[in-house]
Design a protein around this ligand. Structure first.
Ligand SMILES: *[C@@H]1O[C@H](CO)[C@@H](O)[C@H](O)[C@H]1NC(C)=O
Ligand SMILES: *[C@@H]1O[C@H](CO)[C@@H](O)[C@H](O)[C@H]1NC(C)=O
Ligand SMILES: *[C@@H]1O[C@H](CO)[C@@H](O)[C@H](O)[C@H]1NC(C)=O
Ligand SMILES: *[C@@H]1O[C@H](CO)[C@@H](O)[C@H](O)[C@H]1NC(C)=O
Length: 327
């Protein structure tokens, strides 16, 4: 009897301890707002649809905002914060070099306004980014997945933390390491890279790939095309190149065809051929015959990316305005 009570006490203690440790980090789940703001996902989708109907090119940007948010301090909305008088000693993520090409902050701010009208103080900005990413993909012809919600917004944004983002000139080891630190696998890496099927890039981002004679990683005809496009010095601020020529506004497996044919725009695209596992994935999907498999993989990898744990400070909140912390 005595030993049973002892065992029970240990079990109860363990249960409490695990409850406590899990409550320190937000528990994500599908339909987190079902009771507190049942229209939340519907409102986001309507807004994304109306923006993309006039600016379809923005889909890639909206997807990238979630990626840049999650890789830096976890998915906590820190990418959305502006500098303020209070935190101007710290340069915010938004002002980091890695953010120079990010677009769509105004879209997130206006979605937040709509959500504040419907359900004040309820839906976090970090969750808005996750839902927007899903809808931007789906509205571009891509998959739909059950997006998990329940994130809180952080109060810290520091440009220095953007070092966690793998640069576009990464080699395969750097890419894998940058993903592994975030608990993401080689499969997540090659699948999430497929996001480059939509979007545009500025010449400055891949200048290292031009003017290199004997660049074995780049198809010569494609290299000529890129050089012609980016020749002007300085390049017009709006000179952009489709990340996946011919399919840049459609979410499909066109990216893998490009990489397999040495038309990956960034070095970080081309080097997916330098690892057996990622190369095999690229080759399989370059055929274009496994779109449904890629779509299912993509939804899964996005859920994994959306689960990157925030660097908690104890000051998390649901922001009322995405660009400033609550006062
Ligand atoms: C950011 O990094 C720079 C250079 O390493 C350092 O001087 C600065 O203090 C850092 N700023 C913050 C707010 O951590
Ligand atoms: C950021 O970009 C500026 C201007 O292009 C450059 O001078 C600076 O070295 C860059 N900083 C980092 C940390 O890459
Ligand atoms: C987009 O999502 C809807 C569900 O809302 C789904 O029926 C549709 O198949 C998705 N689009 C694609 C291309 O999978
Ligand atoms: C990685 O997973 C471990 C174990 O679940 C977790 O404690 C850690 O916070 C995760 N790291 C990130 C960056 O999500």
């Amino acid at each position: 009897m005595g030993s049973r009570t002892g065992l029970l006490a240990i079990l109860v203690t363990c249960a409490i301890a695990s409850l406590l440790s899990s409550s320190a980090q937000a528990q994500l789940k599908v339909g987190y707002y079902r009771e507190t703001c049942y229209k939340a996902e519907h409102i986001v989708r309507q807004e994304v649809a109306s923006v993309l109907s006039v600016m379809p090119k923005l889909a890639g940007s909206l997807l990238r905002l979630h990626f840049h948010d999650c890789f830096v301090r976890g998915c906590d909305g820190s990418i959305l914060l502006d500098s303020t008088d209070n935190n101007d000693i710290t340069i915010v993520e938004k002002k980091a070099n890695t953010s120079a090409s990010l677009r769509g902050f105004d879209v997130i701010d206006s979605i937040k306004e709509k959500l504040e009208e419907a359900c004040p103080g309820t839906v976090s900005c970090a969750d808005i980014l996750a839902i927007v990413a899903r809808d931007a993909v789906n509205l571009s012809g891509g998959p739909f997945w059950q997006v998990q919600t329940g994130r809180l917004d952080g109060r810290i944004s520091n440009a220095n933390d953007t070092k966690d983002l793998p640069p576009p000139d990464s080699d395969i080891e750097q890419l894998q390491a940058a993903f592994a630190v975030k608990n993401l696998t080689r499969k997540d890496l090659v699948v999430l890279s497929g996001a480059h099927t939509i979007g545009f890039s500025h010449c400055d981002t891949f200048r290292d790939r031009l003017h290199t004679s004997g660049n074995e990683q780049l198809d010569p005809a494609y290299q000529n095309e890129l050089e012609a496009k980016c020749r002007a010095q300085p390049v017009a601020a709006d000179a952009t190149v489709q990340m996946a020529p011919k399919s840049s506004q459609r979410f499909d497996t066109g990216y893998y065809w490009n990489v397999a044919h040495r038309r990956g725009l960034f070095r970080s695209d081309a080097v997916l051929l330098a690892d057996d596992f990622t190369a095999a994935y690229v080759q399989r999907h370059a055929t274009g015959r496994l779109v449904h498999e890629f779509f299912a993989d993509f939804g899964e990898a996005m859920v994994n990316m959306g689960s990157i744990q925030p660097a908690t400070t104890g000051g998390e909140e649901v922001r009322r305005k995405c660009s400033v912390v609550n006062s």
